[in-house]
Design a protein around this ligand. Sequence first.
Ligand SMILES: Nc1nc2c(ncn2[C@@H]2O[C@H](COP(=O)(O)OP(=O)(O)OP(=O)(O)O)[C@@H](O)[C@H]2O)c(=O)[nH]1
Ligand SMILES: [Mg+2]
Length: 427
Amino acid sequence: MFVDEVKIMVKSGKGGNGAVAFRHEKYMEYGGPSGGDGGDGGSVIFVVDEGMTTLVDLKYRKHVYARAGEDGGQKNMHGGNASDIIVPVPLGTMVFEHATNRLICDLTHKDDRFVIAKGGRGGRGNARFATPRNQAPTIQENGQPGVTMEIRVELKLLADVGLVGFPSVGKSTLISVVSQARPKIADYPFTTIVPSLGVVEIDGARSFVMADLPGIIEGASQGLGLGLQFLKHIERTRVIVHIIDMAGTHGRDPYEDYLTINNELKEYKYLLAKRPQIVVANKMDLPEAQKNIKTFREKIGEDIEVFEIAALTQQGVKNLLLKIAEVLSKTPLFDIYEETNAEDEVIYRYEPKDKEFKVIQINASTYEVTGKLIERLIQMTNFASEESIKQLARRMRRFGVDDHLRVAGCLNGNTVRIGEYEFEFVD
Ligand SMILES: Nc1nc2c(ncn2[C@@H]2O[C@H](COP(=O)(O)OP(=O)(O)OP(=O)(O)O)[C@@H](O)[C@H]2O)c(=O)[nH]1
Ligand SMILES: [Mg+2]
């Protein structure tokens, strides 16, 4: 089974909480502060494994959750860090945040690795907050929360050439005679419903990857037949081998077929139509094909080279492979970002404009503050400790939250909402 799109939940571990503790020393009310830091939460990291070719493993996994860091302890005991979860994925894997459709990463090199969900940092224990002025602080931080999100993992074929054409023109037959791939072959449309890859070796030295793709029909770019799902696979093939059933089996007209397919490629994405294309007339062993080829050549014109083959008898196949290798050698690897049309794809690195925040007036006396860093600070604050709360207030002032609230019209005594908490604005 070929899986090319999987949705899973990933979750990184929360950081452990920092501890509040004091050493017990004789004749001293408080010994020094000795609360240890919390350990870091585990991250979820995707790493390219060249041996993998499908996303099947992930499909059965569904959830990838890293564990939380341990809380800090007394006597400066640092909480244990949780281990990262390493997920091997095939080369060519793309990861999107499902909710926003943002591209998180595109793993296109053999040693690529990417932190999909970063573990929360452990909170600091009170030992870290000692200052000459405050030698017995009761402040500690809670661990930073982890990240939970649904991601969509996609694998596009990294084939050099894609076999494209109507159903039953002989695409699977061709790949089966030039590679180890053994797709099903039969004389009914859409025999091939999942793409398969074959490694084609020409003369020991040269080789390339060929993709046998499901047939395309008119309207595929609009979703007809097996539709878009498969046009998508062509996106990353550098060269298109366009196969035509020259015998016009099932009463089809070879030239019409040729135009229709090219039109679908163009409709789907203009770039596909501009990709180098090798035109192949298949089933030349049949008398109808011999008859049709003349008209076909007249219609298509002399400028376009047409390769006559019979995949079934392997006639002309070697010649075609040499041509494919030649075109490939002249076709540069393209920049995937440009080619896949990065309109609304942004590379998401988990350090977005953290410090930005927004103040919104909700009603006459209530204001809401939203922003990544601000919300995180709140989550890391221990509201049971007055000192921690004071520290939070200082930090917010430093970030300019107070100023912004004032500008927005917030007055002494008004309510300020941040995340799940509400505060009274004291000015
Ligand atoms: N006579 C003749 N028949 C062929 C040739 N190549 C393929 N066929 C036949 O055409 C039919 C369809 O072949 P497939 O290879 O399954 O076609 P396909 O393009 O993969 O079709 P889909 O997977 O449905 O898109 C089969 O019955 C093949 O035996 C050829 O060169 N000559
Ligand atoms: Mg097929």
